[in-house]
Design a protein around this ligand. Structure first.
Ligand SMILES: *Cc1c(COP(=O)(O)O)cnc(C)c1O
Length: 406
């Protein structure tokens, strides 16, 4: 027989402790029953410290506690999905100083619904015809700058439109014709294209073409949440599960009342639509609102200082290693947070960026960083849990020192 301490030890080493406990161990002291099962461990799924940033492949961000409470609350009640979207949309619009808003299943889905909306207006029959536009009277072209052509344009093409690529202002104005449904802007690429936000909006207004600005990864700064609708973009979208730390499968579509109403025509619960698969459940709709409220209420300056301190702590831990350079940088638009760019002279530090990533990934605890390549990686701290910067600093220092030529 095992004594109590041995039994506890034995139990905690079992992979499926919850299932085991159910089978006649009801007399076990409650203190050994874990609050929740270690599901990821049971499944053999690796968890890690996220010093990389908000990457979909890494499941984005961690939900705020306030959002978890909202999930818990919403999961116990039924509501009508449209009524919830109406009320949450109104609240978000007033918080973000725009005419209207709706919660989508991510920024990608916001782009699809936005496109569907400008094509259909409030005509349900048209919504059912997307993506087959020929002979329907719907417009068929969306204009985008070449420099903004990232994979996300697929969200727009899902509606059956062709994307017309332009570079200069002249090309843009020449591309506008009676088939033009919308002009799309990817905010993160503002400085890569020849036409920047304000000029883009002005041209669109002159020709009376609706505009969409994809700002998925563009908070912080907080002001971006109203900057672009106020600038005159008809529609603006954000990811819910990046800087806002709401549901990773939610997002925001903000903008003009008529355009938001039209976009919702292609969103669930309406079934015969391009957006039916882009469902957002009530927990996520509410969670998105609560994430936003929490984000708006927080002290952004204090948070920024904390990130800077964490970055400095990690930089300090490695800067004395010969051949290593650690520089802090802040990307101008998207992922606008303090970022530590670590690079090294591979003659003095004998490892590649990709190899270093693998070393950190395979260590205990596992750590993910960004970048990689022949001689560099990059690190952000905004997705860390408090205190994890110390683990990142120690592990990085150890990993680099180990391969440093003395
Ligand atoms: C992340 C991202 C998207 C997609 O956002 P989701 O919320 O994951 O759907 C679209 N555009 C840009 C520029 C992004 O960074």
């Amino acid at each position: 027989m095992l004594n109590r301490r041995q039994l506890i030890k034995h139990l905690s080493s079992l992979p499926l402790i919850g299932g085991f406990m159910g089978q006649g161990f009801s007399r076990m002291p409650t203190t050994v029953v874990p609050q929740y099962r270690d599901y990821f461990k049971e499944l053999g799924v690796r968890t890690f410290i996220n010093a990389a940033g908000t990457y979909t492949a890494m499941t984005g961000s961690l939900l705020l506690d306030e959002v978890k409470d909202a999930y818990q609350y919403a999961s116990n009640e039924y509501v009508m999905l449209d009524e919830l979207q109406d009320k949450v949309g109104e609240r978000i619009a007033s918080l973000l100083r725009c005419e209207a808003a709706t919660v989508t299943s991510g920024a990608f889905s916001a782009m699809t619904l936005a496109t569907a909306g400008v094509l259909t207006g409030l005509d349900e029959k048209k919504a059912a015809q997307i993506p087959h536009l020929q002979g329907t009277g719907m417009k068929t072209e969306v204009i985008m700058q070449k420099a903004h052509d990232i994979g996300y344009a697929h969200a727009i093409r899902n509606c059956g439109v062709d994307i017309v690529y332009v570079e200069t202002r002249k090309e843009l104005e020449e591309a506008i014709n009676d088939k033009t449904a919308m002009m799309v802007f990817i905010n993160a690429y503002n400085f890569d294209g020849k036409i920047q936000t304000e000029e883009f909006v002005k041209i669109a207004k002159k020709h009376n073409i609706p505009t969409l600005n994809d700002c998925a990864a563009d908070v912080p700064p907080v002001e971006n949440l109203w900057k672009y609708t106020e600038m005159g973009f008809g529609l603006v979208c954000f990811s819910g599960g990046k800087g806002l730390r709401g549901p990773q499968s939610a997002g925001l579509l903000l903008g003009k009342k008529d355009l938001i109403a039209a976009a919702r025509l292609s969103a669930p619960p309406r079934g015969d639509t391009v957006g039916r698969g882009m469902k957002v459940n009530k927990e996520e709709v509410l969670g998105m609102l609560i994430a936003l409220e929490t984000y708006l209420a927080k002290n952004h300056e204090e948070e920024w200082k904390r990130w800077e301190g964490q970055i400095a702590h990690i930089g300090d831990a490695i800067k004395s290693i010969k051949g290593v350079t650690a520089k802090t940088d802040v990307p101008p638009v998207a992922n606008h947070v303090p970022t530590l760019n670590v690079s090294w002279d591979t003659g003095k530090v004998r490892i590649s960026g990709d190899e270093l990533k693998e070393v950190l990934r395979k260590g205990h605890p596992s750590i993910e960083v960004a970048g990689g390549g022949p001689d560099s990686i990059s690190i952000t701290t905004w997705m860390l849990r408090p205190g994890q910067e110390r683990i990142v600093a120690t592990r990085l220092q150890e990993a680099l020192s180990e391969v440093a030529v003395s």
